[in-house]
Design a protein around this ligand. Structure first.
Ligand SMILES: *[C@@H]1O[C@H](CO)[C@@H](O)[C@H](O)[C@H]1NC(C)=O
Length: 174
């Protein structure tokens, strides 16, 4: 089957260029990249060997979403082979930082940073709040390139991240 990869793989900031590469197992008469949410139109390439590359500048948050690449061996012959979906995350650095709170007892030091000491196997919940109710939240851990978790806010604009039964490996800065 064909496969789709995202570069940079962790998503982009608004205004950055993103590239989606569709890797094809055979010569394709037509390749298309479509967003499942259909905020943006499908993009096409013709007569592609190996790799079809689709690049664009993520100028709006509507570029965020789920993409699939599809290809057709012959333009007359209908079947489209499709890849697994890939999610593009678009971050907006102009948003104000979210308010963060912890729903835990523990040795907490306030300030710009909150330090929490818990025993292993405890569930830790981190809540993030923002005035812009349409935005999703990503929880990052220092030293990891990929977000640890992603959450959409509830009706009040709050997202809750829960780290279940933490282990020593969960220690660090989030
Ligand atoms: C942690 O959360 C899980 C899943 O919600 C629950 O089954 C478990 O009892 C919780 N553990 C503690 C110590 O609260």
């Amino acid at each position: 089957p064909p496969s789709l990869s995202l570069h940079p793989s962790q998503g982009v900031s608004l205004g950055d260029t993103v590239t989606l590469r569709c890797h094809l197992p055979q010569l394709a008469a037509r390749v298309r990249l479509c967003q499942e949410e259909r905020f943006i139109s499908c993009m096409y390439k013709h007569q592609v060997q190996n790799t079809a590359e689709f690049s664009f500048v993520s100028t709006s948050k509507e570029h965020a979403g789920t993409y699939r690449c599809q290809y057709q061996v012959s333009e007359e012959w209908g079947a489209w082979q499709k890849t697994d979906p890939v999610e593009l995350v678009v971050t907006d650095s102009d948003l104000p930082p979210p308010a963060v709170s912890l729903r835990q007892e523990g040795c907490v030091e306030m300030g710009t940073n909150v330090t929490l000491c818990v025993e292993t196997r405890t569930n830790v919940t981190i809540q993030c709040r923002n005035k812009d109710k349409g935005t999703s939240f990503l929880l990052h851990k220092d030293g990891c390139s990929a977000p640890v978790q992603r959450q959409d806010p509830d009706g009040a604009g709050t997202a809750s991240f829960t780290l279940l039964a933490v282990t020593l490996a969960d220690s660090g800065t989030y």
